[in-house]
Structures are given as structure tokens and as C-alpha cells.
Design a protein around this ligand. Structure first.
Ligand SMILES: Nc1ncnc2c1ncn2[C@@H]1O[C@H](COP(=O)(O)OP(=O)(O)O)[C@@H](O)[C@H]1O
Ligand SMILES: [Mg+2]
Length: 426
């Protein structure tokens, strides 16, 4: 479950298994299976969920917890109070008499591993317990995540159609494919997002559910709600119904970012600019921001405004200006020179306009970077992805050096320099 880890209740004192049942009949059914699995029969307690909450609030949580909800008037609510006292990592199996698929779904969404309907037979118990033990022993995402610093990248389209979503999917794919990092893509264009579509996936209801019910968001929710594109890339995107507004104070989005941070090594947020205006706090933990622009007059104006906004609202984030859909022949609306003069900084990366490739990517349901292996367009994506990854690593090195008291001026300058975008090749 997802309660904050409480110091002092160390894992060394954890029991492999504890049960809280409501009646003797259930206890008699559970005990033999528990013994069979090598656990202690005297860990089968009475008192159901209420006793579970009381006991676990003052003692270490077991690896596997069996809890009987038969006496609970409001199982869902009670499960949430259990979540508050239960330590992370505990695999919970609930049992009860209510045969309702909605309740089942809600319980699972709250972090329960399984719900067994009473009366059950020994095989069901045996299977549920072994399954729970296997889940407990399986390597956790978060264990891999601690080795490398997490990288959150926000992709913001300076104007609609500039290609922000195209850049977001390509980057997310490259982080997984070329840098071997487990990556989450969060598409915050709630009504019109293309994060799933571009990868030929169904978006599912995960993101919509999260917005409607932010209290449900935890590690397990993320695991279930995210749609896998491949073994390194998972996507959370929506096609929310367009006949209703999706009301959110932004807390759901923030929490999703937090959970992704602990479950993945990289997060790519496709962040529509109106979301930026509405929920500036979404930028508070972002290490790198990619402004995707076209080289037009209107875009130049908005790059200027967004750069100023980022400077005051997300000063911690490295910013990269990426010019996309840049015509390789003919005259652009504004030349690169004039564009750079106008925004008073360099364009860091240029991605050429490649309509043939875009059409091919759409047809294949693949990110542009994948569809166009070897093409000039893909090279630009590769370079951008590598720069983002090294920027994250160097910023983490800096933090580590500062923490360890290594304040050598050279070291600090090196880190700072690495964070600064270098001049892009013409
Ligand atoms: N470099 C490019 N060359 C050709 N077409 C592109 C390129 N980048 C994006 N596109 C196309 O431009 C359109 C808009 O891109 P999209 O990523 O949805 O923009 P945004 O998310 O900024 O609104 C899409 O049809 C996409 O395939
Ligand atoms: Mg988009």
C-alpha cells in the first residue's frame, strides 16, 4: 500500500504474513493454507479490518496481509484508512461477502492485490496467497529508479501544430530505446491528446479516472492505468469526452508526476501551453523544458513570452529551444538569423520539415524518430535526447557534489556549462 514510510518500523521486523478475519469459519479455512505455505498459524487474528488498522498503526506491516471486510460498512473508505497505516510494499488481499464488480474495481484501484468473495475454497486461498507472495518478491520499479537520477522533461508547443506532441513521443521513445531508461509519457492534452494515437494505442480511462478521483493515484494505480508501448515506454493519455469540461485544480497532474517519478527513470510531459498558464506548479519539479516552435512571427512573439515566464516560474529548469518543421527548401517566414535576433538567444536544435516521414510515421503508428531511422530529422531527435539525458546527469552530479561538500569551482563551472545549451549546428 502507499502510506508514507515511517522510520523506526524497519523491514527487519516484518512478518511474512498476517491475517485479520471476522469469524471462526474463515479462520479455520485460512489456517491450514497458511501452514502449508510455511507461515505461522497464530498470525491469523480475529477482529477483521478494524483490528488490522489498530494493530498496524503500532506495529510493522507484514509482507502479505489478509483482511476480512465482512464487518465493514464502507469497505472502500475503510481500505483507505488501512492504507494510511500500512507500510509501502505490503501486498494486501481482501475478502468479503459483497459481490459487486464496481467494489472490486474500486478496491483494486485503491491498491488491493485481490478481493476474494466469501465463501471461498482452499484452492482460491492458496492461489491468492502464492500470487501475493510472488508480487511481494518481484523486483519493484522503484528499486531500479534509485540508481539513476530521475529526469522530468516538459515539452511545450509554443503554438498549436508546431509539433510538440511529435517531439514528446519521439523523445519518450528514444529515452527508452537508445538510453535504456524506463520512461513514462504523460499527455496533458486531456481532450485532444495524441500521445496514445501516435503510438497506435488505445488511451484507456486511466487519465480521466485520475482527474476525477485524484485520491486514487498511487504506485499501483500508475501500474494499472498506464498503457505500455513497449517494455521501456508507458503512456498515460486521454480522449476525454468533449461534451464536458474536465475540472481539475491540477493536483491530479502533480501527483501523477510524483508517482511516475518513483516508478520510472524518465518522465516526458506533453504540456499544452494553456496548462502551463493554468497550473504553473506542474513545472516546479521539471529539470528540462523543450520549447517547440516554428520559425514564424507569431511563434517568435510567444517564444519570448514563454522564455520570460520560465525564467520566473521554473528557474531550475534548463530550457532548450527547438525549431521544428523548418523547410529545407524555399524561404521560411522568418530566417533563422532574424528569429534568433528576435528571441535574443540561439535556437538549440533544428528539426527539418519532412512531410513524407510524418506521413509514414502516422501510417505505421510509430514516433517520428523511430519511423525515420537514419533520416536527418531523426538525427536531430537523437541529439536532443542525448543532450537532455546528459543535462539531467550533470545536474544530479552537481547536487551530489554540493551535498558531499565538494565545492570546487571548476567542478561547479563544468556542471553549469553542461546545463547550458551549446550552439546548434547550422
Ligand atoms: N518535422 C516534421 N516534419 C513534418 N511534419 C511534422 C513534423 N513535426 C510534426 N509534424 C506534423 O505536424 C502536425 C502537428 O504536430 P503535433 O505534434 O500534433 O503538434 P502540437 O502537439 O504542437 O500541436 C502533425 O501532423 C505532425 O505529424
Ligand atoms: Mg499536441
Amino acid at each position: 500500500m502507499n502510506a508514507p514510510w515511517t522510520p523506526g518500523r524497519g523491514s527487519s521486523t516484518r512478518e511474512p504474513f498476517v491475517a485479520f478475519v471476522c469469524d471462526d469459519a474463515t479462520a479455520d479455512q485460512v489456517r491450514p493454507i497458511v501452514v502449508e505455505l510455511g507461515w505461522a498459524a497464530d498470525k491469523v487474528n480475529k477482529g477483521g479490518l478494524r483490528n488490522a488498522v489498530q494493530t498496524l498503526s503500532v506495529s510493522a506491516s507484514p509482507n502479505v496481509l489478509f483482511v476480512d471486510l465482512s464487518e465493514s460498512g464502507d469497505p472502500l473508505n475503510d481500505i483507505n484508512s488501512l492504507a494510511e497505516v500500512c507500510e509501502p510494499g505490503t501486498v494486501v488481499i481482501a475478502a468479503g461477502q459483497v459481490n459487486d464488480v464496481r467494489l472490486y474495481r474500486d478496491l483494486v484501484a485503491s491498491g488491493i492485490q485481490d478481493y476474494l468473495l466469501k465463501p471461498f475454497n482452499p484452492d482460491q486461498l492458496r492461489e491468492a496467497f502464492s500470487q501475493a507472495q510472488a508480487v511481494f518478491n518481484a523486483p519493484k520499479h522503484s528499486e531500479a529508479a534509485v540508481e539513476r537520477p530521475h529526469l522530468t522533461t516538459a515539452i511545450v508547443g509554443v503554438r498549436g501544430g508546431a509539433g510538440a506532441s511529435t517531439v514528446a513521443t519521439s523523445l519518450a521513445w528514444l529515452f527508452g530505446e537508445k538510453h535504456g531508461r524506463s520512461t513514462a509519457m504523460l499527455d496533458l492534452d486531456i481532450h485532444f491528446g495524441t500521445g496514445a494515437l501516435a503510438l497506435d494505442l488505445e488511451p484507456g480511462r486511466g487519465l480521466t479516472d485520475a482527474i476525477e478521483n485524484p485520491s486514487r493515484i498511487d504506485g499501483l494505480f500508475i501500474e494499472r492505468a498506464m498503457v505500455r508501448a513497449n517494455d521501456k515506454l508507458a503512456v498515460l493519455s486521454a480522449e476525454a469526452p468533449i461534451h464536458q469540461a474536465m475540472l481539475s485544480d491540477g493536483s491530479a497532474f502533480f501527483q501523477l508526476q510524483e508517482e511516475m517519478k518513483s516508478a520510472f527513470e524518465c518522465t516526458v510531459v506533453d504540456l499544452p501551453r494553456n496548462m502551463l498558464v493554468q497550473h504553473p506548479h506542474l513545472m516546479s519539479d521539471v529539470q528540462a523544458t523543450v520549447l517547440v516552435t516554428e520559425m514564424t512571427l507569431a511563434a517568435a512573439r510567444d517564444v519570448i513570452r514563454l522564455l520570460a515566464w520560465l525564467k520566473s516560474n521554473a528557474p531550475q529548469s534548463a530550457v532548450f529551444v527547438v525549431a521544428n518543421r523548418v523547410p529545407t527548401a524555399g524561404i521560411p517566414e522568418i530566417s533563422r538569423k532574424d528569429f534568433e535576433a528576435s528571441i535574443e538567444r540561439k535556437v538549440d536544435f533544428v528539426i527539418p520539415l519532412d512531410q513524407k516521414l510524418a506521413a509514414q510515421a502516422a501510417k505505421l503508428g510509430k514516433p517520428l524518430a523511430e519511423a525515420g531511422k537514419g533520416a536527418k530529422t531523426s538525427q536531430a531527435f537523437l541529439a536532443l535526447a542525448s543532450r537532455l539525458v546528459s543535462a539531467a546527469e550533470e545536474s544530479a552530479d552537481d547536487t551530489a557534489a554540493a551535498a558531499s561538500g565538494n565545492k570546487s569551482l571548476l567542478g561547479r563551472l563544468g556542471g553549469l556549462k553542461a546545463m547550458m545549451p551549446s550552439k546548434a549546428k547550422k
